[in-house]
Each structure stands twice: as C-alpha cells, then as structure tokens.
Write a protein that binds this ligand. Structure first.
Ligand code: T3D
Length: 267
C-alpha cells in the first residue's frame, strides 16, 4: 500500500489495484470548499488515467460522510452568489466524472450525508452505509433545489412520491430505510463498514474491469433509453466485451474448473 496525500482536504491512498479517497474536513462534516473540490477533481483525473486503478472507494473522515456545500463560504457576501456557476464548475463535473468513469465507484457512507454530499454518495455505483448514517436532502431547508444529480437519481432509485417528499421535507432517511427503499445497496454495522467496503473494492479490483465498465455504461444509458435502444446497446457492448482478454480468460477458467485471473487489460 502506497499512501499519497492529495491535499489536506482530500486523502488518497493507493492499494493494490484500487484507490481509497477520504473527504477530510471533519470539523465541517467534510463539507465542500473550493480546496476540497480542487483536490477531489485532481484525484479523479489521476484515477481516470491510471489503468492500474480498477476500483475506487470514497468515504469521509470523522463522524460524517459529507454535508454538501460549506455554507460558511456563502455568508457575508456583498451580493447574491451565482450558485449556477459553482454547480457548473464543481458539482456537475464531479457527478459526470463518477458516472462516466469506466470502473466501479463505491461509497462507504460512514455518517451523515447531506445536500450534495447525499447525492454524491448516491451517484456512486455501489453504496454501503453504516447503520448510524443518514441521508438528508437538506436543500429545501435553505431554499435550494437538490443538485449533484439528486433530481435525476432519487426518483429512479425510490420513485417519484418518495423523491418528492424527501426533497420537499428534507427529512433524514436512515441507512436501514435507505436499504429497504432500494436507495442504497446495504446498511452494515458501523464497526464493519470500512472492512466490508475495502473487501468489496479489493474484490472488484480483480474482476473483468472492462466488462464492469460496459455494465456501468449500459445501466447509465437505461435511464433514458427505450427498450429498442437498450437492446442495441447491449448488443454493441457484448460485442466489445466478447473481444476482451478477460472474457477469454473467464471462459477458459470455467472450462478448466479453476479461478479466473482477470487482468482488466484492453484487447
Ligand atoms: O453553494 C453552492 O455552491 C450551491 C451548492 C449547494 C450544494 C449543497 O450541498 S447545499 C446544502 C448544504 N448543506 C446543508 O445544508 C447541510 C447543513 N448541515 C446540517 O444540516 C447539519 O450539520 C447535518 C444535518 C448535516 C448534521 O447535523 P449534526 O447535528 O449532526 O451536526 P452539526 O452540529 O450541525 O455540524 C457539526 C459541525 O459541522 C458544526 O460546526 P461547529 O458548530 O461544530 O463549529 C456545523 O456548523 C458544521 N457543518 C455541518 N454542515 C456544514 C457545516 N459547516 C458548513 N457547511 C455545512 N454544510
């Protein structure tokens, strides 16, 4: 394991085949300031170009996962801030990056995930949460609209009725309820969260990475595609998947009754 500190507000640790990112402003429940945005963007840029990184785990330092925007940066201004600008500059590119990354991204939600922090977690491919964690669409409490993809992701995960109430009432959802509603993959005992999340990242890091990327691409597209479009996309992606060395290895390993040794290498 090689540890590299990307910046004090974001910690990056490289493990064998996967990378752990920790949002690290615990005194403010890891809420975002520009420094944290910059370091997170830089960590993702590194991951995007690193074929050796085959899975990503995002978590938070201290008792929270992320409380969204640091509201201390939004007081004492002489005129109303252009929040559209900060969304366009920081939050939207982050969500696009997470969704477009052709590798699995796991969120280990260790504590409260509020505002953009909740929706960043929900943008990840697999969300594990500590049973003590909660998800809050906090925006309505300060007159804002769910951002970071919340109005896209939430209704698809929990349905229109629940998404509307969550967004308008800004009530917390416990990790266990989030699991029951299909909002996240699993709620686990607090003591097990990081061990389980790291084991999952290590497992994904030795799976057929390109195939996982194609799965992500297909599921991303299904949110807006017709059945016909989706069938065509599945055909095209299966064609590509069938040409990967990992597919050949998977079939060979099955026939030889041995564990597959996937490399994630491109054909
Ligand atoms: O502005 C733009 O660019 C637009 C983009 C917007 C994206 C957004 O995310 S908008 C939504 C922003 N987030 C919130 O509205 C959540 C605010 N926080 C809370 O509602 C609560 O802190 C929580 C429900 C998340 C947790 O409550 P609790 O009781 O567990 O903790 P706490 O005591 O409220 O917070 C602990 C400390 O963190 C506290 O500081 P202190 O008093 O110990 O010095 C608190 O002020 C600080 N903190 C928590 N969240 C934020 C924050 N400081 C700044 N910004 C925060 N978002």
């Amino acid at each position: 394991m090689v540890e590299a500190v990307s910046g004090p507000s974001v910690l990056v640790v490289h493990h064998a085949g996967w990378t752990e990112i920790t949002l690290n402003r615990p005194g403010r429940l890891n809420s975002f300031n520009v420094d944290m945005h910059q370091h997170l963007a830089s960590a993702f840029a590194d991951i995007e170009s690193d074929d050796g990184c085959r899975a990503i785990l995002i978590t938070g330092a201290g008792r929270g996962f992320c409380a969204g925007q640091d509201l201390a940066d939004r007081v004492g201004l002489t005129e109303a801030p252009d929040l559209g600008h900060t969304i366009e500059t920081w939050y939207n590119p982050l969500i696009r990056r997470i969704r477009a990354l052709p590798k699995p991204v796991i969120a280990a939600v260790n504590g409260v995930a509020a505002g953009a922090g909740a929706n960043i977690a929900l943008a990840c491919d697999i969300v594990l949460a500590a049973k003590s964690a909660k998800f809050i669409q906090a925006f309505a409490k300060i007159g804002l609209v769910p951002d970071s993809g919340g109005t896209f992701t939430l209704p698809r995960l929990v349905g229109h009725a629940r998404a509307t109430a969550l967004a308008m009432l800004a009530e917390p959802v416990s990790a266990e309820k989030a699991e029951n509603w299909g909002m996240i993959w699993k709620a686990v005992d607090d003591a097990d969260l990081m061990q389980d999340a790291r084991a999952m990242a290590a497992h994904l890091a030795i799976q057929p990475t390109q195939g996982l990327g194609f799965i992500k691409q297909a599921l991303n597209a299904s949110a807006t595609h017709t059945l016909d479009q989706q069938l065509d996309l599945e055909r095209d992606l299966q064609r590509l998947a069938g040409r990967t060395p990992d597919y050949a290895e998977g079939v060979a390993a099955f026939m030889e009754k041995r564990p597959a040794m996937f490399t994630g290498k491109r054909q």
